[in-house]
Write a protein that binds this ligand. Structure first.
Ligand code: T3D
Length: 264
């Protein structure tokens, strides 16, 4: 499969998908989103793949939405239809990860922010390097949570911690994330991929059908279904995406200055 923004390597039953836009901290643009979805579908269909590892190239795991793409659209005076954007992109990605009847491990090598945090949370397990940090990011640019972060984060870390992460936008370091239950294991940076692959290889020998059914059981056991939560998030993001403060947040980030919010 020829991808431009994603690397996919299959080895002994494990497919490693590496988000590969390191200059943009592996932020999602349309190409990466489409390629990631295509790779997940390919993994689902390929009987040789029995476990998937998701990681990022370079210093970070994934910085969420590519804000440069958003700003370009604002500068062209385009109206961004957030709801449509989410339904066609991040929502599909999260639902694909949750319905994939094979184990998926996020190997979080650096920052996981915004939709990048959503991606990590939608994986079945999260292994982190000591360099990893987790940030909600949405409030930092005047947006509401999406990519099922509002669904998974409170369930993983508890409502109080999730609220603090969302409101303050403070990054949570790897060892704190371990203590919160946001990640399963923390390794020194150099050990992250070898140790994750070792674990993935063990899962690739496990009864894959039973693992798939276990995922379905856990998914059902979560009170609200993910699709419902994603739909509601898309509605809220449509509102947040129309605010003046959001545009200011995007522009300020890319201009490397502090945003000046007006509360509208
Ligand atoms: O429908 C919709 O579109 C709405 C959907 C929204 C979903 C979302 O994900 S919203 C949240 C978007 N993400 C963010 O707000 C995160 C922004 N980034 C950061 O907070 C930080 O960059 C990181 C914590 C990820 C890393 O910090 P640091 O200090 O290690 O690195 P840096 O210098 O900030 O970033 C490195 C480069 O990556 C830099 O480029 P440069 O200056 O070297 O050319 C930076 O601009 C670029 N980068 C980081 N994040 C993004 C990005 N470029 C585009 N989009 C980004 N999100």
């Amino acid at each position: 499969m020829a991808f431009t923004s994603l690397l996919m390597v299959k080895e002994r039953g494990v497919a490693t998908l590496t988000l590969n836009r390191p200059a943009k901290s592996n932020a999602f643009d349309e190409t990466l989103t489409a390629e990631f979805l295509e790779a997940l579908i390919a993994c689902e269909r390929d009987p040789e793949v029995r476990c998937i590892v998701v990681t990022g190239a370079g210093r970070h795991f994934c910085a969420g939405q590519d804000l440069g793409v958003i700003l370009e659209r604002y500068d062209r005076s385009e109206v961004v239809d957030y709801r449509r954007h989410l339904l066609g992109g991040y929502n599909r990605m999260v639902l694909q990860l949750r319905s994939l009847a094979k184990p998926v491990i996020a190997a979080v090598n650096g920052a996981a922010a915004g939709a990048g945090l959503g991606l990590a949370c939608a994986c079945d397990l999260r292994f982190a390097s000591e360099e990893a940090r987790f940030r909600m990011a949405f409030i930092g640019i005047g947006l509401a949570p999406d990519s099922a972060t509002s669904f998974f984060l409170p369930r993983l870390v508890g409502l109080g911690r999730a609220t603090e992460m969302a409101f303050t936008n403070q990054p949570v370091e790897a060892n704190t994330a371990l203590q919160y239950g946001l990640v399963n294991r923390v390794f020194p940076a150099a050990d992250l991929l070898p140790r994750t692959r070792e674990f993935a290889q063990m899962l690739a020998q496990a009864p894959t059908r039973a693992i798939g059914l276990t995922k379905r059981a856990f998914e059902r056991a979560l009170a609200v279904d993910t699709a419902g939560a994603l739909d509601y998030e898309a509605f809220l993001q449509q509102v947040a995406g129309g605010t003046v403060d959001h545009r200011e947040g995007v522009r300020a980030f890319l201009e490397k200055r502090s945003p000046v919010y007006q509360g509208r």
